[in-house]
Design a binder for this molecule. Structure first.
Ligand SMILES: [Zn+2]
Length: 280
């Protein structure tokens, strides 16, 4: 419940920030205490400003899959079709890994950001279960759209309270690169008021992959639910038609010159992100 609320808060902050970012500096000017009484200004100088402002500034829309195709359940294991049980299993695994468990009627929703395991060590508590942490995560998303992090400062929204020094591993949903305005409490920056831009992750639980889950998945599609999975697929290179080279006619010679294909580094193969939509 708390997680959902925070997620909604974070998501609404994102859309608000997306609209207000270009005018951000203007807004800051407008709130500067130019007309505030002198005594008030003096008081705020003496106090340590420990407020935390997290401003997401990048839209969460992940890059769309390059191509899409359908997987028709009624063709399953019929001769001449690519819809096999093995392929269904593989796509269902991808589907499960791209869904987060929540309170929606279906029990889960499509993740709005890339999911990746995140190892962390908490550096500073930012309040409301938000933390600044030293983190590491592998690359994720089609063609590694989310780059890997190695010993990287990141902002985490955890399910449970934690304290500085705690370490752990979560499934994190990437929710963009956000700007964090805060007063550091860790050396050597203790007491410094800083703005940093870091990747942010929300802790979540992915759909568990099971035979029962697969049955439910198939039932839902047959009942008309719209489901899709995005995977990286190897396809023949378009430029060279999968040959790894292109031909160039040579004047006065019978044989064409073979030019290595730069597009696919002569492998003849390309990796593209494909969205597979499931239909009954
Ligand atoms: Zn090629």
């Amino acid at each position: 419940m708390i997680k959902r609320l925070l997620l909604v808060l974070l998501a609404s902050a994102v859309s608000a920030a997306a609209q207000s970012t270009p005018a951000g500096t203007k807004a800051a000017d407008a709130t500067a205490p130019t007309t505030a009484p002198a005594s008030k200004v003096k008081a705020s100088e003496d106090e340590v400003d420990n407020s935390v402002v997290i401003t997401p500034f990048r839209s969460l829309t992940p890059p769309e899959a390059k191509t899409s195709r359908t997987f028709q359940l009624s063709k399953l294991n019929k001769p001449g079709f690519t819809e096999t049980t093995k392929e269904l299993q593989r796509l269902y695994s991808a589907f499960a890994a791209q869904r987060i468990v929540d309170g929606s009627p279906a029990g889960s929703s499509k993740a709005i950001g890339y999911l990746t395991p995140v190892n962390y060590a908490i550096v500073q508590d930012l309040g409301d279960n938000r933390f600044l942490a030293k983190a590491a995560w592998p690359a994720s998303g089609p063609n590694e759209a989310l780059a890997a992090g190695v010993d990287t400062m990141a902002i985490l929204l955890l399910e449970k309270p934690a304290k500085v020094g705690d370490t752990g591993k979560i499934t994190g949903m990437h929710v963009g690169t956000v700007a964090l305005l805060f007063t550091a409490t860790y050396p050597p920056l203790s007491g410094k008021r800083l703005t940093i831009r870091r990747d942010a992750f929300v802790e979540c639980v992915t759909l568990e992959e099971s035979a029962a889950g697969l049955r439910k998945f198939v039932e839902a599609i047959n009942a008309g639910a719209e489901m899709s999975a995005t995977t990286n697929e190897q396809v023949p290179c378009k430029k060279c038609g999968g040959l790894g080279f292109t031909r160039e006619a040579q004047k006065g010679q019978l044989l064409d010159k073979r030019v290595p294909c730069a597009e696919c580094a002569s492998t003849g193969k390309a990796i593209v992100s494909v969205e597979t939509k499931f239909v009954p």
